[in-house]
Design a protein around this ligand. Structure first.
Ligand code: SF4
Length: 231
């Protein structure tokens, strides 16, 4: 039975994020900006839709790190904005960069199959990456790139307010949990990110290279299902 661990400090809105919301929402949002992140969900649906629209537009033209120079397009995220489960990967790969959608290609197909195994359709969840632009030649994201991009994902998390976050792969887990521990040691327990339960598992691209690990991945997926079922 997985244990419980609280390893991530609360997610705070940055000044930049506050200014962003001010720009997009006008003076009416001023009070909301001084509320905890979770209170964003109290905004009216049309306000949230407007924030999503503005957020996606801002990401599409982002030049905060050098990765904007080599991208085909940004990869914002996809899925239900009311999802109970938010899946977070590392960064776009070649297929994602070309199609503008996270987790496509062979890794995406495997993810879809993994989700189907626990009775979830891709459309029911939200999928995003830590980085919105592809690192050249699929190299690991650099810390300064992840730092530059972090506030986009923070806003997505704040807007979705998922019940559970499933983080796939070492890079994304290290970034979100602010740790350098091995992925193996991070699996099988519940972490916390801004008060949201978070669990860690293998990235589908890794599973394609190491199919023997699919068995452990299945254990993680069953754990996801049990948490979503209130277990
Ligand atoms: Fe902006 Fe993130 Fe792309 Fe860097 S990776 S340019 S911070 S969207």
């Amino acid at each position: 039975m997985p244990g419980s661990e609280h390893s991530q400090p609360g997610c705070q809105l940055s000044d930049e994020l506050r200014h962003y919301y001010l720009d997009t929402m006008g003076i009416q949002l001023w009070q909301a900006l001084h509320q905890p992140v979770e209170d964003i969900t109290d905004n009216r649906q049309e306000d949230k839709d407007r924030i999503w629209q503005q957020l996606e537009h801002a990401v599409s033209s982002c030049t905060k790190c050098n990765l904007h120079q080599s991208r085909t397009q940004t990869v914002f995220g996809v899925g239900s904005r009311n999802a109970r489960l938010l899946i977070i990967g590392e960064a776009p790969g070649k297929d994602e960069d070309l199609q503008g959608e996270p987790f496509v290609g062979r890794a995406g197909q495997l993810l879809n199959a993994m989700l189907a195994a626990i009775d979830l359709q891709r459309e029911q969840i939200y999928i995003a990456n830590v980085l919105k632009c592809r690192p050249p030649n699929n190299r690991d994201p650099r810390p300064e790139e992840a730092q530059a991009c972090a506030h986009w994902l923070e806003q997505q998390i704040a807007l979705i307010q998922p019940e559970l976050m499933l983080v796939l792969g070492r890079i994304a887990a290290h970034h979100l949990l602010n740790t350098d521990r091995s992925l193996a040691s991070l699996r099988g327990r519940t972490h916390q990110y801004a008060g949201i339960p978070l669990i860690v598992s293998y990235h589908p691209a890794y599973l394609l290279r190491q199919p023997v690990e699919k068995r452990k991945s299945w254990q993680d997926l069953k754990y996801v299902k049990s948490l979503l079922n209130g277990g």
